[in-house]
Design a protein around this ligand. Sequence first.
Ligand SMILES: [Zn+2]
Length: 241
Amino acid sequence: MRPCVWLLLAAVLAAGCAGTDGDTARSDGGSSANAVVPAASASTTAARPAASSAPQRTADRTTPRTTPRAEPRRACRSGPRRTADGTRRFWTKDRRCYTSRWYAGAHRRMIPFGCTRAPWYPPSSRCARGRGFHHGLDLAMRKGTKVYAGVRGRIVTRGLGSAYGSRAVIIRSRGRDVLLGHLRSRRVSHGDRVRRGDLVGRSGARGAPDGPHLHVEVRPARGSYLSAVSPRRVLRLRVAG
Ligand SMILES: [Zn+2]
């Protein structure tokens, strides 16, 4: 036991000295007493960058290649550019792909909120040159893409009209309605309570003349489509990659 105690004591003393010398070595570093210390501190400083830079480099190398880029690119196949009769599907020049808490993967905007040249909407007094008004934001995505509740709230499925498809859903939350249109299937029922991240259904093309996409519309609670506001704040789109 005793030699062990001495060894331990010696080690503690040595460590204490090294610490003190290390500080003096930084200020004057030339005496024989400090001769060991600069070496120790040099090895420490030599080891530090190596230790700190090596994992960083690995993280930098791997992170962009695997996670954000490869995944969204795979998921960002937005389907055909035109409908069966040759009509354009995309009515924005924005070709970027966006992620959102409301759906899986990353997807292109197809028709933005507001006045549009897309032929699916009757001319609106709000728009110039006879353009129609799109009351939501469309994101092109393949049928079957998972659609989540981006906010917590209560599900409304009744009285939504046929334009959004027979499986459309509203999530009523904090005085506003978030409508998710053209779903192929839904996993929730009228009156259900959902939390953020819950699976609501899967995207589709029900009621959509221009192919599979998710229509997201935001209105004041119980308001009509005419009171819709831009859903961008609710969607929180983020450019993928
Ligand atoms: Zn739409």
